[in-house]
Design a protein. Sequence first.
Length: 224
Amino acid sequence: MKKILWLDWMVNKMLLSWKYIILWLVLGAFIAVSAGSLAGAYMGVLVGTSAATMPFLYGEKTNMNAWYVTLGISRKDVVRGRYISSLLFAVVTTLVGLVYGYLISVGAGLLGFGNPELKMIDAKVSFFCALTAILFAILDFSITLPIYFGMGYQKGQYAAIIPYIIICIAGGVGMGFVGDKGLAVLGYIVTHLWWIMLVVSIIFVALYYVSYLVSAKLFARKEF
């Protein structure tokens, strides 16, 4: 397990060159100034979810799967390690993005432009933003990791778009179905927000585990 976590970290560290880091920092600063510091959490989770695909990309180019066998790493450990490392990286980038966004927003306020936020941000709001960002990462990984483990990166990068198209269509149909009841539904969600977040979190964690089981079976059948 430690070997696969270390290998995934080394791949992410190697492929995240300074030009990409600078790009993310500039984009994060722009978003924090224009949309507020809490947007940094969502920028951070995008970095984390993007980085999760790098071991698959690098693995296909270098036939890293053969290295795992040489190092005595089982396929199940490869899948388990990938799920753990992806989520850990997403959590770290989300928290870093949250702190970075706050510092940039405060700095912009001191310089007299942007959205000044010189007061401490509400802890509940910060926690909510970080939680929703991490839940997005869990949902993203639950959908895309089985696709990458089953199809590989080259084919999987296109197939991974299809579930999101379906979700967007379903969301549009759902919004149309709700219609005039939208305000009532929104009011109910706001009133019971934390209970709903708790239920959603439990469902997403269960979904992540099921996704892991699916990926393990797909990767066990894969030939390389």
